[in-house]
Design a protein around this ligand. Structure first.
Ligand code: DOR
Ligand code: ZN
Length: 350
């Protein structure tokens, strides 16, 4: 049994950091674990142009704790910025070097997506430009039609939207984000052209029972929502297969406890404090810890055409307690995934 595992420092290819007090409360967790993170643009208001992306990146850098200055853990963290696509995105904005990728939120699909895209036909000029300059398209893959069951929204999106989009833009780099279904896994595997899928730690560890059995558990609710167990098995197979089309994206999405534990609780699971440890648990379940480095640290940079991180981190087997709440301000706190319980691995800093 492997009790220690040293891997190249991982990156998080899908992360929500928010801004203001929430950013200051959550950033350090990601910066300690990951070399880089693709930062989602669904702020209020969203990050739709280069100037706003630049000021947001400045805000993120300024929010790193002073202790992270110098050469220690967290000091090299690099936020990679994304553009929030709208029906009227100016393709010229996407040429700005601040952007590592652009994000397609179907309008009203999830948190802060009201300004998202109402019809993919409307962003054709943006997609053509992205294809030309090699800017990856990151996709929240769910339809929003009211008549489609929430558990079917990913699979229907693949048929109705993503398959034609893949065909019409053969050179476009496409990432199907937070894949949650067997259909999503199969779609990524079969897709031609530069195609990848990110997988969250929570979708590798929970199915919908975790959210609905014994009472409604709002901290297990996210979008796309966790599906039945057979889909979790498909995700585990994909993540641990060694296929470089699948790589790490936590979708860690902090919300104040008061917004989650509510009559209309919002979507998002906050995994950042123990993200890589949670992935290690999932890989260990399938006896494939040897493939964690490919998934967490190598496949993502290859897809994005970026160098791998030079630093290494070590995971050590051993129970570690997760705090039940992390304070954001005097009134607000967030509840991390597994809060009040334990994770089976610890991260050791050299
Ligand atoms: O669960 C989610 N939370 N899914 C998303 O797509 C957005 C995210 C958020 O921003 O809270
Ligand atoms: Zn997300």
């Amino acid at each position: 049994m492997t009790d220690r595992l040293t891997i190249r420092q991982p990156d998080d290819w899908h992360l929500h950091l928010r801004d203001g007090a929430m950013l200051r409360a959550v950033l350090k967790y990601t910066a300690l674990q990951f070399g880089r993170a693709i930062v989602m643009p669904n702020l209020r208001p969203p990050v739709i142009d280069a100037a706003r992306a630049r000021s947001y990146r400045d805000e993120i850098r300024a929010a790193l704790p002073p202790a992270f200055a110098g050469a220690g853990p967290g000091s090299k963290f690099e936020p990679l910025m994304t553009a929030y696509l709208t029906d009227s995105t100016d393709p010229d904005q996407l040429e700005d070097e601040i952007f590592t990728a652009a994000k397609l939120y179907p309008a009203h699909a999830t948190t802060n997506s009201a300004h998202g895209v109402t019809d993919v036909a409307k962003i054709r000029p943006a997609l053509e430009r992205m294809e030309k300059i090699g800017l990856p398209l990151l996709v929240h893959g769910e339809v929003t039609d009211h008549e489609i069951d929430v558990f079917d929204r990913e699979a229907v999106f693949l048929d109705r939207v993503l398959t034609p989009l893949r065909r019409d833009h053969p050179g476009l780099k496409i990432v199907l984000e937070h894949v949650t279904t067997r259909e999503g896994v199969d779609w990524v595997r079969a897709a031609e052209g530069p195609t990848a899928g990110t997988i969250t730690a929570h979708h590798l560890l929970i199915d919908r029972n975790a959210m609905l059995v014994g009472g409604i558990r709002p901290h297990m609710y996210c979008l796309p929502v966790a599906k039945r167990a057979t889909h979790r098995v498909a995700l585990l197979e994909a993540a641990t297969s060694g296929d470089g089309k699948f790589f790490l994206g936590t979708d860690s999405a902090p919300h104040p406890i008061s917004d989650k534990e509510s009559a209309c609780g919002c979507a998002g699971i906050f995994t950042a404090p123990n993200a890589i440890e949670l992935y290690a648990e999932a890989f260990d379940q399938t006896g494939r810890l040897d493939r964690l480095e490919e998934f967490a640290s190598l496949a993502g940079p290859r897809f994005y055409g970026l160098p791998v991180n030079q630093t290494r981190v070590t995971l050590v087997r051993g129970e570690a307690k997760v705090p039940a709440r992390i304070d954001v301000s005097d009134e607000k706190a967030v509840h991390p995934f597994r809060g009040g319980e334990t994770v089976a691995w610890r991260l050791e800093f050299a």
